[in-house]
Design a protein around this ligand. Structure first.
Ligand SMILES: O=C(O)CCC(=O)C(=O)O
Ligand SMILES: [Fe+2]
Length: 357
């Protein structure tokens, strides 16, 4: 299968941004130095590698699920389309989303499986899925989501303590029992040899919508906008190392202390561009009813950060619930909903100052 063939190495001659490597076993053990490293990564770049997370076997099975699903006829996949109303769960075809304000089309297809649907299985919380997803639910998807959510909860509890929040306060915004936009996503970008053009991103520049993303990829293509510069640099995939990044909800909750950094996916570099690129993400997002606002009443550290904030683009009182925030972003990315550049701007999170209502 294409996901397991020997792949060419990541080239040495492309601009690559180093990420801090955080050891999950040490974090679990409460190692102070490791927690400090995680904090540095979370506040400065908002991206880090995570090793010793113990999920790799299920990650490989998830890539098999993705390959089985993408091999279905397009007409079959389209029966499970996410639609144009702001729901993320389901299938998204290549070219269904804009990647910029000009309405350039994305090249990735992906399948999003709701965490709530996985936890409710064999009952349904939100929607139905292709047969290839259903077949993989009990042995692959549910265990992958369970393990990944545990990893994300462990990291969230570290941030909760470092932000001076009462024990359980941040985790209470991400309860497994409350329905949320949390989902597993398997992405395929087709081979795109020698197809590198700025306006042909596979997945446009964005910050993630939710709280914490747990990402696995094998080929290059992911790039981060290095803070304080105009430079996009690749993040090199390293075997056994997941890539973690923070989303907008954490920037807002923390009063800007934690960083949700811009990133995008472009064709894989060099020889790697001849192969399809697979990636897998578990997105942890706040419960649907949670209001996105800085948690100033629960932490003086956060209250002080909001008082001292100089980033004018950050809005710490969005007034939106997580479900409203999320649906707005998904809906306005869909090319079918596009009326002009304003649709793209309406899809933005903390990347840009929100347009006046
Ligand atoms: O494919 C990747 O490496 C990143 C995907 C991503 O940023 C996303 O789906 O939000
Ligand atoms: Fe992302």
């Amino acid at each position: 299968m294409s996901t397991t063939t020997a792949l060419p190495p990541f080239p040495e001659n492309v601009p690559t941004h180093p990420l801090l490597v955080v050891d999950y076993e040490l974090i679990k053990a409460g190692d102070e130095q490791e927690i400090e490293k995680l904090w540095k990564a979370a506040t400065e770049l908002g991206f880090w590698y995570l090793k010793n997370h113990g999920v790799d076997e299920k990650v490989n099975e998830m890539f098999e699920m993705g390959a089985e699903t993408m091999a279905l006829p397009l007409a079959e996949k389209l029966k499970y389309e996410q639609g144009d109303d702001g729901m993320s769960f389901g299938y998204k075809a290549a070219g269904a989303n804009a990647t910029d304000d000009k309405g350039s089309l994305d090249t990735v297809e992906f399948i999003n499986v709701s965490q709530d649907d996985a936890f409710a299985f064999p009952a349904q919380a939100h929607r139905s899925y292709p047969s290839t997803v259903v077949a993989r639910m009990p042995e692959t998807i549910v265990p992958f989501i369970n393990k990944s959510v545990t990893v994300n909860e462990t990291l969230l509890s570290v941030f909760e303590a470092r932000l001076g929040l009462p024990a359980g306060a941040l985790l209470a915004k991400h309860k497994r029992e409350e329905y949320s936009g949390s989902e597993a996503r398997c992405i395929r970008n087709p081979p795109r040899p020698n197809d590198w053009q700025e306006e042909k991103a596979a997945l446009g520049a964005h910050t993630d919508f939710g709280s914490l993303s747990f990402l696995h990829n094998r080929l290059g293509g992911l790039q981060v906008l290095v803070p304080g510069t105009e430079n996009w640099q690749y993040v090199k995939p390293i075997p056994g190392h997941a890539i973690c990044n923070l989303g907008d909800a954490m920037t807002i909750f923390s009063g800007g202390i934690l960083r949700s950094n811009l990133h995008r996916v472009v064709p894989s570099p060099g020889e790697q561009s001849h192969f399809p690129r697979w990636s897998l993400v578990l997105f942890t997002r706040p419960g649907n009813s949670v209001t996105l606002r800085a948690l100033v009443d629960e932490s003086s550290i956060i209250a002080d950060a909001v008082a001292a904030n100089t980033r004018e683009d950050l809005d710490f009182k969005t007034g939106a619930t997580a479900s409203e925030w999320f649906a707005r972003r998904i809906k306005n990315q869909r090319i079918k909903n596009r009326t002009g550049p304003e649709t793209w701007h309406a899809s933005r999170g903390t990347e840009h100052k929100p347009l006046a209502a």
